[in-house]
Design a protein around this ligand. Structure first.
Ligand SMILES: Cc1cc2nc3c(=O)[nH]c(=O)nc-3n(C[C@H](O)[C@H](O)[C@H](O)COP(=O)(O)O)c2cc1C
Length: 201
């Protein structure tokens, strides 16, 4: 099913997409980066456990140079052009501290929601977001000194989309022009019985 079937959607879910055509001249200013991380920080979480953390690499800085080689080959073809790569982590056990929060079974869920809020903030700033899992998670944990009770989870490429009249990378442009598709609602929204489509009139 394509978006044509969902005319009432807000512009944001309607127009966002995981673009591969980043403008590699765009520089993310501190205020924009801070606003996106603040949006993640203010996400709800189970028992207010806030089981998320972020590693930030800006294009051209030392972290970027260290972390880009850990991307999968496919992601190397587009992600380094983004203005920043934010790697996300969630807590998978209680920390060693005396007053450590009890680990929550909902940590991965909470991180996902924090990234969703970061994405909403990014789109409101006129930026685009492309999440990715294709990178060497263990290599990144080792490079960044991640404690054992944290799990490196995803990467988030942030930046400005290349102008429409800029040819950019042909393969990336071609992928970005493909229609976005989703399963129909009847396959995921049920009434009281799993598998029985919700009656939406
Ligand atoms: C957890 C996660 C992992 C993903 N991994 C990759 C990836 O490694 N490379 C990539 O190009 N896109 C990746 N994506 C993007 C998805 O392919 C994309 O969200 C999906 O195809 C739907 O397209 P849309 O976001 O444009 O609507 C990932 C998305 C998520 C949420």
């Amino acid at each position: 099913m394509t978006l044509d079937a969902s005319p009432d959607l807000l512009p944001l879910p309607r127009e966002r997409r995981s673009t591969r055509s980043f403008d590699d001249t765009h520089v993310l200013v501190d205020d924009e980066l801070r606003a996106m991380l603040e949006a993640a920080r203010w996400a709800p979480s189970a028992g207010n456990s806030q089981p998320w953390a972020f590693l930030v690499a800006r294009r051209g800085d030392a972290a970027h140079q260290r972390l880009v080689p850990l991307l999968s080959r496919g992601n190397q073809s587009w992600a380094p052009r983004a203005s920043a790569l934010v790697f996300t982590l969630h807590q998978v056990a209680s920390g060693p501290e005396e007053d450590a929060l009890t680990y929550s079974d909902y940590a991965a869920y909470d991180l996902g929601q924090a990234v969703a809020q970061l994405s909403v903030q990014a789109l409101a700033l006129g930026l685009v977001v492309h999440q990715f899992a294709g990178f060497d998670h263990e290599g990144l944990a080792a490079q960044a000194g991640v404690p054992r009770h944290w799990q490196v989870t995803t990467g988030v490429a942030l930046g400005r989309e290349l102008a429409a009249d800029d040819a950019g990378d042909a393969a990336a442009r071609e992928r970005d022009r493909r229609p976005r598709t989703r399963k129909p609602l009847a396959e995921l929204a049920f009434g009281a019985t799993f598998g029985e489509p919700l009656d939406l009139g």
